[in-house]
Design a binder for this molecule. Structure first.
Ligand SMILES: [Ca+2]
Ligand SMILES: [Ca+2]
Length: 82
């Protein structure tokens, strides 16, 4: 295997995190989840929960914050076997 294909392989692995913002959470496709979007997907989610997940307090949940919330079991993961 050439060096180039190893780099390409590693790039494709790291481009696929275990969890990412689900398309049905980020409904307007801006890459961020607002409180309204969170509560549409998770009707039981409170504003307090949203504030807890929104670590940088910019009013939106980004990919990193979503992954951290799933890791911390604040939100269910996006497994495909449901
Ligand atoms: Ca959005
Ligand atoms: Ca944020």
């Amino acid at each position: 295997m050439s060096r180039v294909s190893i780099v390409a392989l590693l790039s494709s692995v790291f481009a696929l995190p275990a969890f990412a913002m689900p398309a049905d959470l980020d409904m307007d496709g801006d890459g961020l989840a607002s409180l309204a979007e969170l509560q549409t997907k998770y009707p039981e989610a409170s504003k307090d929960l949203f504030t807890e997940i929104d670590e940088d307090a910019d009013g939106f949940i980004n990919d990193d914050e979503f992954v951290a919330a799933v890791d911390a079991e604040l939100l269910p993961g996006t497994t495909s076997d449901q």
